[in-house]
Design a protein around this ligand. Structure first.
Ligand SMILES: Cc1ncc(COP(=O)(O)O)c(C=O)c1O
Length: 229
């Protein structure tokens, strides 16, 4: 099975339509099932669109399970509601399993999700604009820290800087050699939370979320700039 996530957590990268098509055709040729996690589908910037892999390669439809939810687009993380779209037999099997594992999604959450999905989308659009503003701020400011290289993500609400230039050096009496140790140091000394690359794969990266208020975001960035000055 291929797990396809675009826009990506943790990098915020968005596959281009050509890349999506090429990956989809590869999965189709190899007879793979695909899970496509489209939870950040509506959070893209710079005019970029996240093309669904089934849209790019329609022949995949009978072996693709699309998952999505209200947590990101509608900032409804706590409502615990998502959905799957896929071949009927797979969906039925998943529903049987879930109803015994976790019972079912509360009616209140279901009503709230219907309101979010079918109501006016102004708030979602305004939130995306706010994310875009915060994205540009955090990329510009983190890139002022020597040793931290922050690419501009085109989706989701994370930045994923390469921090190898900060490792092996002494900050506030501590010499981190991995991004895990660096994340600990940042939490202890700046009280800013980051998820180290080790949580996703290689060491040498940190994931920062910019899904928070402008003032808090700026305060967090300033603390990092002071720590690594
Ligand atoms: C790629 C991806 N998929 C799914 C989710 C799940 O969100 P939830 O369980 O809140 O619906 C997240 C949340 O961080 C995510 O990053």
């Amino acid at each position: 099975m291929l797990l396809f996530v675009s826009p990506s957590n943790p990098t915020g990268a968005v596959y281009s339509p050509e890349q999506t098509k090429a990956i989809g055709e590869w999965a189709e040729e190899h007879g793979l099932w695909v899970i496509t996690d489209e939870i950040y589908q509506n959070l893209t910037y710079d005019g970029v669109r996240a093309v669904s892999i089934v849209e790019a390669v329609p022949a995949l439809a009978d072996r693709t399970i699309l998952v999505n939810g209200v947590a990101k687009t509608y900032a409804m993380t706590g409502w615990r509601l998502g959905w799957m779209v896929g071949p009927l037999d797979a969906i039925k099997a998943a529903a049987n399993l879930q109803s015994h594992l976790t019972s079912n999604v509360s009616n209140v959450s279901q009503r709230a999700a219907i309101a979010a999905l079918t109501g006016p989308q102004d708030d979602a659009i305004a939130m995306r604009e706010a994310f875009d503003r915060r994205r540009r701020l955090i990329v510009a400011e983190l890139n002022k820290i020597p040793g931290m290289v922050t690419p501009t993500p085109q989706g989701a609400f994370y930045v994923y800087p390469n921090v190898t230039g900060l490792l092996g050096r002494t900050w506030g009496g501590v010499t981190p050699t991995t991004s895990l140790e660096l994340a600990d140091l940042i939490l202890d000394q700046a009280e800013v939370a980051a998820v180290p690359g080790e949580a996703f794969g290689p060491s040498g990266y940190l994931r920062f979320s910019y899904a928070l208020g402008d003032d808090q975001l700026l305060e967090g960035i300033r603390r990092l700039q002071r720590l690594f000055a």
